[in-house]
Design a protein around this ligand. Sequence first.
Ligand SMILES: CC(C)(COP(=O)(O)OP(=O)(O)OC[C@H]1O[C@@H](n2cnc3c(N)ncnc32)[C@H](O)[C@@H]1OP(=O)(O)O)[C@@H](O)C(=O)NCCC(=O)NCCS
Length: 136
Amino acid sequence: MIEYKVTPDLDHDLAHELYVASTLGERRPIDDHERFATMLREADLIITAWDGDLLVGISRSVTDWVWYTYLSDLAVRVSHQKQGIGKELMRRTQAAAPQATVLLLAAPAAADYYGHVGFTQKTNAWALAPNERITE
Ligand SMILES: CC(C)(COP(=O)(O)OP(=O)(O)OC[C@H]1O[C@@H](n2cnc3c(N)ncnc32)[C@H](O)[C@@H]1OP(=O)(O)O)[C@@H](O)C(=O)NCCC(=O)NCCS
């Protein structure tokens, strides 16, 4: 049975191991210790899934609780994927701030996932990467 918890103080090394075991670590700066620690510390909402003592899933969000919840990371351990854990983590993320719209940027491998589980694709999303600047 999978247990879900709100874990604001998630252990850095456990999180690092999960990001590797889910493959999400390939697209996150997990080996920059301070940056990854900041991602964990400054998140507003971290919900984790546990199979006994084994951390098997995470939903990590930045939210104002009433308008938008940005789902920064969703990851499930490869050995535990396709068992509904990702969906349950997102259900609980939405339930934690029920007035807020949940937003995210899909990884290429998950491009079809979010539509499949109920999200609406938006064409009016815009991003400004750290190496991009507002024009003069
Ligand atoms: C994407 C991810 C979080 C999905 O988690 P999961 O627990 O395996 O997904 P669920 O079990 O909740 O899947 C729910 C449904 O989506 C389907 N699904 C799962 N992964 C999918 C994918 N990558 N593409 C399309 N559909 C997918 C499942 O088959 C299931 O379908 P069903 O309800 O018809 O049976 C997980 O595969 C993962 O961690 N991937 C690597 C990291 C990553 O890419 N994260 C997303 C960053 S944006």
